[in-house]
Write a protein that binds this ligand. Sequence first.
Ligand code: NAD
Ligand code: MG
Length: 385
Amino acid sequence: MSCRNIVLLGATGSIGQSACRVARELPGRVRVVGMSGFRNIGRLAVEANRLRPAALAVPDAAAEAELRAKLDYQPAAVFTGPAGLEQLARWEGADMVLVAIVGTGGLRPTFAALEAGKDIALASKEVLVVAGQLVMAAARRSGRRILPVDSEHNAIFQCLEGRDPGQVRRLILTASGGPFRAWPEDKLLAVTRQEALRHPTWHMGEKITIDSATLFNKGLEMIEARWLFDVEIARIDVVVHPQSIVHSMVEFVDGSVLAQMSHSDMRFPIQYALTWPDRLAGSLPPLEWASLGRLDFEEPRYDVFPALNLARQAAEQGGAAPAVLNAANEVAVVEFLAGRIAFPRIWQIVTSVLERCGDRPGGDLESLLASDLAARELAWAEARR
Ligand code: NAD
Ligand code: MG
């Protein structure tokens, strides 16, 4: 069994930190050869001093100076700026790039890594929501794999292994339902930042935590699944499962269903993506069935949380609609976190921006990014009204 050389894009985030832990626990199997950080340079330095990657990337020269002052070794390269992220993604010593940058920042580095012949471990679902068709085509061209890190997609990937795609009837994504799963609709208007950031089952970055509260996270994941597994959106369903033990399911044509289960700890899917196709013994705890007691499943409240239907519509519409939905949502989440808009305004803004520019055509990456920008501007204007 060989050692895999990995670049971690977004090493200081929630996924990045879990990935560092996985790497520290699997020396000889996972070697971190590159890391990027953005705001938290202190954290990047701590992790770099532990794992000693040859190459690093930071946003600018000031961050580079701060990083170098905190490193207790001499890296082979420190790249800066957005171009530096792409250089790191192409780092010749790497076999695989983990993309764990929040939002669309991971898009260009993902293409750079694929073009340079790297496999991708993909956490950043926004990359596939914006440009799924182009990313999957780039992977096919380069003959590289995209291994899903998102727990639902990692689960489906595990359930599909070795199966004939023609035997799949539908994919069923599980959703925790977020902190407001059972709240009456009229209370959502007064939701605070703190309440929305209190996720019942997962500890994650702020953006995805808000997305989990609105259910946009699950909407984005439906589109992510559509591209990863080449299954049309009509055959992708969502069920609420508050315990987050069943991470997702595949239903086959004979009515049989395979599910993947584990505790809700992202180290499970991260390790599987980084070491695939091997399963390695690790320090992660197994499920204690008797103490779990019960697993619940319920229908999502589509009327109260419109994100799921909006995402389905955007996927059916195609073209730039998913990119527009994603961009409007990113802006609305920032505005909500900054205390400038009420919680339900998030989906109201997305709805309005989709109505106004969701019909833009798809096309190449530059045209999708132009639609992304147009949607952001409309969303900003909408949020300030
Ligand atoms: P986070 O906010 O904790 O970390 C984000 C990382 O991105 C940080 O390392 C930060 O330095 C970097 N970053 C932010 N803006 C950047 C920019 N403009 N340029 C370069 N780097 C930048 O987020 P997270 O929770 O780790 O999520 C990362 C991605 O993984 C998201 O796309 C999220 O949807 C996905 N994801 C996360 C989880 C989870 O459990 N946290 C689960 C599934 C999928
Ligand atoms: Mg997920």
